[in-house]
Design a protein around this ligand. Structure first.
Ligand code: XMP
Length: 318
């Protein structure tokens, strides 16, 4: 394990050298895309300590967040001593994604739109010199292998207007990022949070993305995660979520025939996110989750549990 305290001091010194200190009058400005996930949160805390109000955090709510997540992110960062800007861009993203079903195309559109929104916001702020990103080592490794066009590494359009991209977490693995977060004084709910992909629920919603289908997914996902927490299982899980397929099946509800989507539950355990094993969730818990989702969520008629390890599967569905 790397010496995180030394890493923090070194990065703060480097960032100040490059961008300017908290009180330097002629400091340049940096812009960070804050998603509320571990990586961007830690990146934000590091930059906040290094450059304070020179930091402009833009939280793009792309409409692909989990239930209540947008408001939670705002609650966590809105009061910090930084410039926090929330952009409600859900309708805009869904407009661009209309009719798109191919996974890599979805990622590319989301990545490009993300940057466009950034550029627009940056223009409003005047001269912005640096674009900060919470890229970590796994993102770099997987993008080099062309496994996926991770939007924060591989999908940047050429027309970007920022002078330089800074990625202060690039050398770190996930555990080291969490450790750095603790070192920076971030609360446990933020540092211990499960990873959530940049393109959000887009990679967990097979087929076309519509508000209606995303709302269905949000409800199912919320029920699954809440039940795992309630059963005390979430501590053994590295990542868990519900996904929505584009397949429908016939069911029965209140004595009437239904025709709804098949939802997939996924829970994996991993240390490096390159390999992952399926968590053996007690059957009673799965039964309870299935019963709750099919009774509470209109639009889902069946629930299945994904028993595919990584490899051969990936953690996300797309
Ligand atoms: P996979 O599905 O490749 O996921 O086994 C490995 C880890 O990466 C996350 N992931 C992403 N993160 N943009 C991201 O920022 C993406 O496009 C993306 N795709 C997957 C995934 O949640 C898991 O933690």
């Amino acid at each position: 394990m790397r010496d995180i305290k030394a890493y923090k001091e070194q990065k703060i010194a480097e960032l100040r050298e490059k961008i300017g200190g908290v009180s330097a009058p002629d400091s340049k400005k940096a812009l960070l895309g804050l998603s509320g996930g571990v990586d961007s949160s830690v990146c934000c805390a590091l930059l906040a300590q290094a450059i304070g109000k020179r930091l402009f955090c833009i939280f793009v709510d792309h409409g692909l967040m989990r239930k209540n997540e947008g408001d939670e992110v705002e609650a966590a960062f809105g009061n910090m001593d930084i410039n926090f800007i929330r952009v409600d861009a859900g309708a805009r993203f869904l407009g661009k994604l209309a009719g798109i079903t191919e996974p890599e195309q979805k990622r590319k559109i989301i990545g490009e739109e993300f940057i466009r929104v950034f550029e627009e916001e940056a223009k409003k702020l005047g001269e912005i010199d640096f674009l900060a990103q919470g890229t970590i080592s796994l993102d770099v490794i997987e993008s080099k292998g062309a496994i996926k066009a991770h939007h924060n590494v591989g999908g940047l359009p050429d027309s970007m207007n920022f002078k330089e991209i800074i990625e202060p977490l690039k050398e770190l693995n996930k555990e080291e990022v969490r450790e750095l977060g603790r070192e920076l004084g971030l609360p446990a709910p933020l540092t211990d949070r499960q990873p959530f992909p940049g393109p959000g629920l887009a990679v967990r919603c097979i087929g076309e993305l519509t508000k209606e289908r995303l709302d269905i997914l949000r409800e199912a996902d919320y029920i699954f995660r809440s039940e795992l927490t309630g059963a005390g299982i979430d501590k053994d899980v590295s990542q868990c979520f519900a996904a929505l397929t584009d397949m429908k099946a016939v069911g029965i509800k209140d004595g009437k025939r239904t025709y709804g989507y098949i939802a997939v539950l996924r829970a994996v355990r991993t240390t490096d996110f390159m390999n992952a094993e399926v968590v053996r969730i007690p059957y009673e818990v799965l039964e309870k989750v299935s019963a709750k989702i099919t009774s509470v969520v209109d639009g889902i008629s069946r629930v299945v549990y994904d028993i595919t390890d990584k490899p051969p599967g990936t953690i996300e569905l797309e």
